[in-house]
Ligand binder design. Structure first.
Ligand code: EPU
Length: 425
Protein backbone atom coordinates (compact mmCIF):
# COMPACT_ATOMS: atom_id res chain seq x y z
CA UNK A 1 0.00 0.00 0.00
CA UNK A 2 2.89 2.34 0.73
CA UNK A 3 4.55 1.88 -2.66
CA UNK A 4 2.05 3.81 -4.72
CA UNK A 5 1.41 7.23 -3.23
CA UNK A 6 -2.25 8.16 -3.15
CA UNK A 7 -4.41 11.14 -2.22
CA UNK A 8 -7.96 11.39 -0.94
CA UNK A 9 -10.14 13.99 -2.67
CA UNK A 10 -12.98 15.19 -0.47
CA UNK A 11 -15.96 17.33 -1.48
CA UNK A 12 -16.90 18.80 1.87
CA UNK A 13 -20.16 19.94 3.37
CA UNK A 14 -22.25 16.75 3.51
CA UNK A 15 -23.37 15.28 6.87
CA UNK A 16 -22.42 11.74 7.92
CA UNK A 17 -25.71 9.83 8.10
CA UNK A 18 -26.54 6.15 8.47
CA UNK A 19 -24.89 3.26 10.27
CA UNK A 20 -21.28 2.09 10.48
CA UNK A 21 -19.92 -1.18 11.86
CA UNK A 22 -16.72 -0.66 13.79
CA UNK A 23 -13.71 -2.88 12.97
CA UNK A 24 -11.45 -4.80 15.33
CA UNK A 25 -9.08 -2.63 17.37
CA UNK A 26 -5.68 -1.87 15.82
CA UNK A 27 -3.82 -1.48 19.09
CA UNK A 28 -5.29 -4.71 20.47
CA UNK A 29 -4.81 -6.67 17.25
CA UNK A 30 -1.12 -5.84 16.94
CA UNK A 31 -0.49 -6.79 20.59
CA UNK A 32 -2.42 -10.07 20.23
CA UNK A 33 -0.39 -10.98 17.14
CA UNK A 34 2.89 -10.55 19.02
CA UNK A 35 1.49 -12.35 22.07
CA UNK A 36 0.57 -15.30 19.84
CA UNK A 37 4.31 -15.99 19.50
CA UNK A 38 4.12 -17.36 23.06
CA UNK A 39 1.78 -20.15 22.00
CA UNK A 40 3.13 -23.64 21.46
CA UNK A 41 -0.22 -24.61 19.94
CA UNK A 42 -2.36 -23.17 17.22
CA UNK A 43 -4.06 -19.80 17.68
CA UNK A 44 -7.14 -18.59 15.83
CA UNK A 45 -7.61 -14.82 15.91
CA UNK A 46 -10.85 -13.28 14.71
CA UNK A 47 -12.04 -9.75 13.96
CA UNK A 48 -8.58 -8.41 13.06
CA UNK A 49 -8.83 -5.10 11.17
CA UNK A 50 -7.83 -4.83 7.51
CA UNK A 51 -4.95 -2.37 8.02
CA UNK A 52 -1.29 -2.29 7.03
CA UNK A 53 -0.01 -2.53 10.64
CA UNK A 54 -1.69 -5.96 10.92
CA UNK A 55 -0.06 -7.01 7.63
CA UNK A 56 3.35 -6.01 8.99
CA UNK A 57 2.83 -8.01 12.21
CA UNK A 58 1.74 -11.05 10.18
CA UNK A 59 4.86 -10.59 8.02
CA UNK A 60 7.07 -10.64 11.11
CA UNK A 61 5.35 -13.80 12.42
CA UNK A 62 5.96 -15.53 9.07
CA UNK A 63 9.59 -14.42 9.03
CA UNK A 64 10.31 -15.93 12.46
CA UNK A 65 8.77 -19.27 11.49
CA UNK A 66 5.03 -19.13 12.03
CA UNK A 67 2.63 -20.62 9.56
CA UNK A 68 -0.07 -18.01 8.92
CA UNK A 69 -3.29 -18.92 7.14
CA UNK A 70 -6.17 -16.58 6.39
CA UNK A 71 -9.42 -18.37 7.17
CA UNK A 72 -11.87 -15.57 6.42
CA UNK A 73 -12.17 -11.77 6.53
CA UNK A 74 -10.06 -10.72 9.53
CA UNK A 75 -9.63 -14.35 10.65
CA UNK A 76 -6.13 -15.81 10.88
CA UNK A 77 -4.73 -19.10 12.16
CA UNK A 78 -1.16 -18.93 13.47
CA UNK A 79 0.84 -22.08 14.09
CA UNK A 80 4.48 -22.55 15.01
CA UNK A 81 5.85 -25.76 13.56
CA UNK A 82 8.95 -25.50 15.79
CA UNK A 83 10.45 -22.86 18.09
CA UNK A 84 10.35 -19.48 16.34
CA UNK A 85 13.56 -17.57 15.57
CA UNK A 86 14.57 -15.11 18.31
CA UNK A 87 15.40 -12.30 15.87
CA UNK A 88 12.72 -10.32 14.03
CA UNK A 89 13.55 -8.88 10.58
CA UNK A 90 14.79 -5.30 10.96
CA UNK A 91 12.98 -3.78 8.00
CA UNK A 92 9.49 -4.89 9.07
CA UNK A 93 10.22 -4.24 12.74
CA UNK A 94 11.15 -0.60 12.01
CA UNK A 95 7.89 0.04 10.15
CA UNK A 96 5.75 0.28 13.26
CA UNK A 97 5.62 0.66 17.01
CA UNK A 98 3.96 -2.53 18.22
CA UNK A 99 6.70 -4.72 16.74
CA UNK A 100 8.42 -4.11 20.08
CA UNK A 101 6.00 -6.55 21.69
CA UNK A 102 8.13 -9.32 20.15
CA UNK A 103 10.82 -8.31 22.65
CA UNK A 104 8.63 -9.60 25.49
CA UNK A 105 6.82 -12.46 23.77
CA UNK A 106 9.95 -14.08 22.30
CA UNK A 107 11.75 -13.60 25.62
CA UNK A 108 8.92 -15.46 27.33
CA UNK A 109 8.86 -18.20 24.73
CA UNK A 110 12.59 -18.67 24.08
CA UNK A 111 14.46 -16.84 26.86
CA UNK A 112 15.98 -14.71 24.10
CA UNK A 113 14.99 -12.04 21.61
CA UNK A 114 16.70 -9.62 19.27
CA UNK A 115 14.51 -6.79 18.05
CA UNK A 116 15.32 -3.51 16.25
CA UNK A 117 14.13 -0.26 17.76
CA UNK A 118 10.56 0.20 16.54
CA UNK A 119 9.19 2.85 14.18
CA UNK A 120 5.65 4.24 14.35
CA UNK A 121 4.18 7.71 14.17
CA UNK A 122 6.53 10.66 14.71
CA UNK A 123 4.64 12.25 17.58
CA UNK A 124 7.31 12.61 20.26
CA UNK A 125 10.37 10.97 21.78
CA UNK A 126 8.71 7.63 22.67
CA UNK A 127 11.57 6.07 24.70
CA UNK A 128 11.41 2.42 25.85
CA UNK A 129 13.20 2.78 29.19
CA UNK A 130 10.21 1.36 31.13
CA UNK A 131 10.14 -1.75 28.93
CA UNK A 132 13.84 -2.26 29.67
CA UNK A 133 13.20 -1.68 33.37
CA UNK A 134 10.54 -4.40 33.38
CA UNK A 135 12.75 -6.90 31.55
CA UNK A 136 15.78 -6.17 33.78
CA UNK A 137 13.68 -6.84 36.88
CA UNK A 138 12.86 -10.28 35.45
CA UNK A 139 16.60 -11.02 35.23
CA UNK A 140 17.11 -10.24 31.55
CA UNK A 141 20.58 -9.29 30.29
CA UNK A 142 20.22 -6.49 27.76
CA UNK A 143 22.84 -5.56 25.18
CA UNK A 144 22.73 -3.12 22.31
CA UNK A 145 23.56 -4.37 18.83
CA UNK A 146 24.38 -2.61 15.54
CA UNK A 147 25.42 0.66 17.15
CA UNK A 148 22.35 0.80 19.39
CA UNK A 149 19.77 0.28 16.63
CA UNK A 150 18.73 -3.14 17.96
CA UNK A 151 18.44 -4.71 21.41
CA UNK A 152 19.40 -8.25 22.34
CA UNK A 153 17.66 -9.74 25.37
CA UNK A 154 18.86 -12.89 27.08
CA UNK A 155 17.47 -14.71 30.10
CA UNK A 156 17.90 -18.47 30.18
CA UNK A 157 15.73 -18.31 33.32
CA UNK A 158 13.18 -15.53 33.74
CA UNK A 159 12.45 -14.86 37.42
CA UNK A 160 9.24 -13.31 38.76
CA UNK A 161 9.80 -9.86 40.29
CA UNK A 162 8.12 -6.67 41.48
CA UNK A 163 8.10 -3.74 39.06
CA UNK A 164 6.84 -0.25 39.81
CA UNK A 165 6.54 1.75 36.59
CA UNK A 166 7.61 5.40 36.70
CA UNK A 167 4.79 6.43 34.40
CA UNK A 168 1.64 4.96 32.94
CA UNK A 169 2.65 3.17 29.76
CA UNK A 170 0.55 0.80 27.70
CA UNK A 171 3.56 -0.57 25.83
CA UNK A 172 5.77 -1.36 28.85
CA UNK A 173 2.84 -2.83 30.80
CA UNK A 174 2.02 -5.24 27.98
CA UNK A 175 5.64 -6.07 27.09
CA UNK A 176 6.57 -6.94 30.67
CA UNK A 177 3.38 -8.98 31.06
CA UNK A 178 4.27 -10.99 27.94
CA UNK A 179 7.67 -12.01 29.30
CA UNK A 180 6.47 -12.50 32.88
CA UNK A 181 3.83 -15.09 32.06
CA UNK A 182 6.65 -17.62 31.48
CA UNK A 183 8.84 -16.48 34.42
CA UNK A 184 9.25 -18.66 37.50
CA UNK A 185 7.20 -17.49 40.49
CA UNK A 186 5.03 -14.41 40.69
CA UNK A 187 5.49 -11.00 39.07
CA UNK A 188 3.74 -7.93 40.42
CA UNK A 189 3.42 -4.92 38.14
CA UNK A 190 2.39 -1.67 39.79
CA UNK A 191 1.28 1.69 38.42
CA UNK A 192 0.27 -0.05 35.21
CA UNK A 193 -1.81 1.21 32.28
CA UNK A 194 -5.53 0.37 32.52
CA UNK A 195 -6.31 0.70 28.81
CA UNK A 196 -8.70 -1.87 27.28
CA UNK A 197 -5.74 -3.17 25.21
CA UNK A 198 -4.01 -4.26 28.43
CA UNK A 199 -7.10 -6.18 29.56
CA UNK A 200 -7.38 -7.66 26.10
CA UNK A 201 -3.83 -9.03 26.12
CA UNK A 202 -4.30 -10.42 29.66
CA UNK A 203 -7.51 -12.19 28.57
CA UNK A 204 -5.78 -13.62 25.52
CA UNK A 205 -2.79 -14.83 27.55
CA UNK A 206 -5.18 -16.46 30.04
CA UNK A 207 -7.03 -18.14 27.16
CA UNK A 208 -3.65 -19.67 26.18
CA UNK A 209 -3.14 -20.92 29.75
CA UNK A 210 -1.38 -18.02 31.50
CA UNK A 211 -2.33 -16.78 34.98
CA UNK A 212 -2.65 -13.00 34.77
CA UNK A 213 -4.87 -11.25 37.31
CA UNK A 214 -5.82 -7.62 37.89
CA UNK A 215 -5.61 -6.21 34.35
CA UNK A 216 -7.75 -3.07 34.29
CA UNK A 217 -6.66 -2.09 37.82
CA UNK A 218 -3.44 -0.39 38.95
CA UNK A 219 -1.75 -3.69 39.89
CA UNK A 220 -1.30 -6.78 37.76
CA UNK A 221 -0.16 -10.10 39.26
CA UNK A 222 1.21 -12.81 37.02
CA UNK A 223 1.98 -16.35 38.14
CA UNK A 224 4.40 -17.85 35.66
CA UNK A 225 3.40 -21.06 33.87
CA UNK A 226 5.56 -23.64 32.06
CA UNK A 227 3.87 -23.47 28.70
CA UNK A 228 1.18 -21.60 26.76
CA UNK A 229 -1.06 -23.50 24.34
CA UNK A 230 -3.52 -22.72 21.56
CA UNK A 231 -6.86 -20.91 21.72
CA UNK A 232 -9.46 -19.02 19.70
CA UNK A 233 -9.89 -15.35 20.44
CA UNK A 234 -11.94 -12.46 19.04
CA UNK A 235 -10.43 -8.97 19.01
CA UNK A 236 -12.47 -6.16 20.62
CA UNK A 237 -13.86 -3.27 18.55
CA UNK A 238 -11.62 -0.27 17.96
CA UNK A 239 -12.47 2.52 20.39
CA UNK A 240 -10.28 4.98 18.46
CA UNK A 241 -11.92 4.19 15.13
CA UNK A 242 -15.31 4.49 16.84
CA UNK A 243 -14.31 7.84 18.37
CA UNK A 244 -13.08 9.07 15.00
CA UNK A 245 -16.48 8.33 13.42
CA UNK A 246 -18.32 9.88 16.38
CA UNK A 247 -16.32 13.09 15.99
CA UNK A 248 -16.74 13.03 12.19
CA UNK A 249 -20.52 12.70 12.61
CA UNK A 250 -20.56 15.58 15.09
CA UNK A 251 -18.31 17.80 12.97
CA UNK A 252 -20.44 17.30 9.84
CA UNK A 253 -23.74 17.85 11.73
CA UNK A 254 -24.76 14.28 10.90
CA UNK A 255 -26.73 11.54 12.59
CA UNK A 256 -24.74 8.33 12.88
CA UNK A 257 -25.33 4.93 14.45
CA UNK A 258 -22.15 3.09 15.40
CA UNK A 259 -22.55 -0.68 15.67
CA UNK A 260 -20.18 -3.20 17.25
CA UNK A 261 -18.80 -0.83 19.91
CA UNK A 262 -18.23 -1.15 23.65
CA UNK A 263 -19.91 2.05 24.94
CA UNK A 264 -18.00 1.84 28.24
CA UNK A 265 -14.75 2.36 26.28
CA UNK A 266 -16.19 5.52 24.74
CA UNK A 267 -17.25 7.37 27.89
CA UNK A 268 -14.59 10.11 27.79
CA UNK A 269 -15.44 10.90 24.15
CA UNK A 270 -19.22 10.71 24.67
CA UNK A 271 -18.93 13.06 27.66
CA UNK A 272 -16.95 15.64 25.68
CA UNK A 273 -19.35 15.49 22.72
CA UNK A 274 -22.30 16.01 25.08
CA UNK A 275 -20.46 18.91 26.71
CA UNK A 276 -20.02 20.46 23.25
CA UNK A 277 -23.80 20.24 22.76
CA UNK A 278 -24.39 17.03 20.77
CA UNK A 279 -26.81 14.21 21.51
CA UNK A 280 -25.11 10.89 22.35
CA UNK A 281 -27.12 7.81 23.29
CA UNK A 282 -26.05 4.19 23.66
CA UNK A 283 -27.20 0.61 24.22
CA UNK A 284 -25.42 -2.67 24.80
CA UNK A 285 -23.18 -2.56 21.71
CA UNK A 286 -24.16 0.63 19.91
CA UNK A 287 -23.83 4.40 20.14
CA UNK A 288 -25.75 7.08 18.28
CA UNK A 289 -24.44 10.59 17.73
CA UNK A 290 -27.12 13.08 16.81
CA UNK A 291 -25.65 16.34 15.57
CA UNK A 292 -28.27 17.42 13.05
CA UNK A 293 -28.17 21.21 12.81
CA UNK A 294 -25.91 21.56 15.87
CA UNK A 295 -22.86 23.81 15.96
CA UNK A 296 -20.59 22.75 18.86
CA UNK A 297 -19.71 24.98 21.78
CA UNK A 298 -16.02 25.54 22.49
CA UNK A 299 -14.74 23.21 25.27
CA UNK A 300 -11.59 22.28 27.17
CA UNK A 301 -10.03 18.89 26.39
CA UNK A 302 -7.06 17.32 28.15
CA UNK A 303 -5.57 13.97 27.09
CA UNK A 304 -4.90 11.43 29.84
CA UNK A 305 -4.26 7.71 30.23
CA UNK A 306 -7.45 5.59 30.18
CA UNK A 307 -10.17 6.22 31.31
CA UNK A 308 -9.27 9.84 30.48
CA UNK A 309 -9.67 11.39 27.03
CA UNK A 310 -7.42 9.39 24.64
CA UNK A 311 -4.49 11.14 22.99
CA UNK A 312 -5.28 9.27 19.75
CA UNK A 313 -8.55 11.21 19.47
CA UNK A 314 -7.08 14.60 20.33
CA UNK A 315 -6.25 15.54 16.70
CA UNK A 316 -9.77 14.71 15.38
CA UNK A 317 -11.34 16.57 18.33
CA UNK A 318 -9.11 19.61 17.72
CA UNK A 319 -10.19 19.60 14.06
CA UNK A 320 -13.86 19.58 15.06
CA UNK A 321 -13.38 22.45 17.52
CA UNK A 322 -11.99 24.75 14.81
CA UNK A 323 -15.61 25.48 13.84
CA UNK A 324 -17.07 25.61 17.35
CA UNK A 325 -18.83 28.63 18.74
CA UNK A 326 -16.33 30.37 21.00
CA UNK A 327 -12.86 29.27 22.02
CA UNK A 328 -11.45 25.90 23.06
CA UNK A 329 -8.31 24.80 24.87
CA UNK A 330 -6.75 21.42 24.06
CA UNK A 331 -3.97 20.13 26.33
CA UNK A 332 -1.86 17.19 25.15
CA UNK A 333 -0.17 15.48 28.10
CA UNK A 334 1.02 12.18 26.53
CA UNK A 335 3.16 13.15 23.51
CA UNK A 336 5.35 16.20 22.77
CA UNK A 337 4.49 16.45 19.06
CA UNK A 338 0.85 15.65 18.59
CA UNK A 339 -0.34 18.84 16.96
CA UNK A 340 0.91 17.76 13.51
CA UNK A 341 -2.44 18.52 11.87
CA UNK A 342 -2.60 22.13 13.05
CA UNK A 343 -0.63 23.53 10.08
CA UNK A 344 -3.09 21.86 7.71
CA UNK A 345 -6.07 23.15 9.70
CA UNK A 346 -4.67 26.68 9.50
CA UNK A 347 -4.23 26.30 5.73
CA UNK A 348 -7.94 25.44 5.65
CA UNK A 349 -8.83 28.66 7.49
CA UNK A 350 -8.75 27.61 11.16
CA UNK A 351 -7.51 29.90 13.92
CA UNK A 352 -5.28 27.79 16.16
CA UNK A 353 -2.25 28.78 18.22
CA UNK A 354 -0.01 26.11 19.72
CA UNK A 355 1.98 27.02 22.81
CA UNK A 356 3.99 24.12 24.18
CA UNK A 357 1.54 21.32 24.92
CA UNK A 358 -1.57 23.48 24.55
CA UNK A 359 -3.55 24.37 21.45
CA UNK A 360 -5.78 27.45 21.72
CA UNK A 361 -8.59 27.26 19.18
CA UNK A 362 -10.76 30.25 18.22
CA UNK A 363 -13.83 28.88 16.49
CA UNK A 364 -14.51 30.18 12.95
CA UNK A 365 -17.75 29.89 10.93
CA UNK A 366 -16.35 27.66 8.21
CA UNK A 367 -13.16 25.97 6.96
CA UNK A 368 -12.40 25.89 3.23
CA UNK A 369 -10.94 23.02 1.23
CA UNK A 370 -7.19 23.03 0.49
CA UNK A 371 -4.27 20.71 -0.25
CA UNK A 372 -3.01 19.33 3.08
CA UNK A 373 -0.72 16.50 4.14
CA UNK A 374 -1.15 13.85 6.83
CA UNK A 375 2.03 13.78 8.91
CA UNK A 376 0.95 10.78 11.03
CA UNK A 377 -2.02 8.45 11.45
CA UNK A 378 -4.27 10.50 13.72
CA UNK A 379 -3.26 13.83 12.14
CA UNK A 380 -4.45 12.24 8.90
CA UNK A 381 -7.81 11.35 10.47
CA UNK A 382 -8.10 14.93 11.74
CA UNK A 383 -7.49 16.48 8.32
CA UNK A 384 -9.86 14.02 6.68
CA UNK A 385 -12.59 15.11 9.11
CA UNK A 386 -11.76 18.77 8.46
CA UNK A 387 -12.13 18.08 4.72
CA UNK A 388 -15.56 16.55 5.35
CA UNK A 389 -16.96 19.70 6.95
CA UNK A 390 -15.02 22.31 4.97
CA UNK A 391 -16.55 23.95 1.91
CA UNK A 392 -15.19 22.93 -1.48
CA UNK A 393 -12.53 20.36 -2.29
CA UNK A 394 -9.78 19.11 0.00
CA UNK A 395 -6.86 17.14 -1.38
CA UNK A 396 -5.35 15.04 1.40
CA UNK A 397 -1.83 13.68 0.83
CA UNK A 398 0.12 11.19 2.98
CA UNK A 399 -2.71 8.66 2.80
CA UNK A 400 -0.45 5.70 3.71
CA UNK A 401 -0.46 7.00 7.30
CA UNK A 402 -4.25 6.54 7.43
CA UNK A 403 -4.01 3.01 5.97
CA UNK A 404 -1.89 2.01 8.97
CA UNK A 405 -4.84 2.31 11.31
CA UNK A 406 -8.20 2.67 9.57
CA UNK A 407 -9.59 -0.22 7.51
CA UNK A 408 -11.64 0.66 4.40
CA UNK A 409 -12.22 4.20 5.66
CA UNK A 410 -12.97 5.82 2.31
CA UNK A 411 -15.50 3.09 1.37
CA UNK A 412 -17.14 3.30 4.79
CA UNK A 413 -17.42 7.08 4.61
CA UNK A 414 -18.85 6.91 1.08
CA UNK A 415 -21.57 4.57 2.32
CA UNK A 416 -22.49 7.25 4.89
CA UNK A 417 -23.36 9.80 2.21
CA UNK A 418 -20.22 11.95 2.03
CA UNK A 419 -18.33 12.56 -1.19
CA UNK A 420 -14.72 11.45 -1.41
CA UNK A 421 -12.45 9.20 -3.44
CA UNK A 422 -8.91 7.87 -3.53
CA UNK A 423 -6.72 8.82 -6.46
CA UNK A 424 -3.25 7.63 -7.40
CA UNK A 425 -0.70 10.42 -7.73
N1 EPU B 1 7.02 6.30 27.69
C1 EPU B 1 8.27 6.46 28.23
N2 EPU B 1 9.02 5.35 28.44
C2 EPU B 1 8.60 4.10 28.11
C3 EPU B 1 7.34 3.93 27.55
C4 EPU B 1 6.55 5.07 27.35
O1 EPU B 1 8.69 7.57 28.53
O2 EPU B 1 9.35 3.15 28.31
C5 EPU B 1 6.17 7.48 27.48
C6 EPU B 1 5.88 7.72 26.00
O3 EPU B 1 6.92 8.43 25.37
C7 EPU B 1 4.59 8.48 26.05
C8 EPU B 1 3.89 7.88 27.27
O4 EPU B 1 4.91 7.27 28.05
O5 EPU B 1 4.85 9.83 26.31
C9 EPU B 1 2.82 6.86 26.96
O6 EPU B 1 3.37 5.83 26.13
P1 EPU B 1 2.72 4.40 26.00
O7 EPU B 1 3.75 3.38 26.25
O8 EPU B 1 1.45 4.35 26.78
O9 EPU B 1 2.34 4.37 24.47
P2 EPU B 1 2.66 3.25 23.41
O10 EPU B 1 2.45 1.91 24.00
O11 EPU B 1 3.92 3.54 22.71
C10 EPU B 1 0.16 3.01 22.63
C11 EPU B 1 -0.54 3.11 21.31
C12 EPU B 1 -0.59 4.57 20.90
C13 EPU B 1 -1.31 5.37 21.96
C14 EPU B 1 -0.64 5.16 23.33
C15 EPU B 1 -1.36 5.85 24.47
C16 EPU B 1 0.05 1.02 20.26
C17 EPU B 1 0.77 0.30 19.21
N3 EPU B 1 0.19 2.34 20.32
O12 EPU B 1 1.47 3.51 22.39
O13 EPU B 1 -1.34 4.59 19.69
O14 EPU B 1 -1.25 6.74 21.63
O15 EPU B 1 -0.55 3.75 23.61
O16 EPU B 1 -2.66 5.40 24.55
O17 EPU B 1 -0.69 0.41 21.05
C18 EPU B 1 -2.00 5.41 17.59
O18 EPU B 1 -2.74 4.40 17.50
O19 EPU B 1 -2.08 6.38 16.80
C19 EPU B 1 -1.02 5.46 18.67
C20 EPU B 1 0.03 6.28 18.65
Amino acid sequence: MENQEEAILIQGGKPLNGAVKINGAKNSAVALLAAAALSEGSVLLENLPNISDVDVMLGILKAIGFHVSKEGEGVYRLTAQADPLPRTPDELTRKMRASYYFMGSLLGRLGESSVALPGGCDIGERPIDQHLKGFKALGVKITEEDGGSRYHFLAPKLKGAAVFFDMITVGATINTMLAACRASGTTTLENVAREPEVIEVANFLNAMGAEVRGAGTETIRIRGVKKLGGCSYTCIPDRIEAGTYMIAAAATKGNLLLENVIPEHMEAVSAKLREAGFGVSSGLDWIRVNATGIRPQGIMVQTLPYPGFPTDLQPPMTAMLTCAEGSSRVVETIYERRFGSVDGLITMGATVRVEGQTAWVEGVEQLHGAEVTATDLRAGAALLIAGLFATGETRLLGVHHIDRGYGNMVEQLMSLGVQLKRVTL
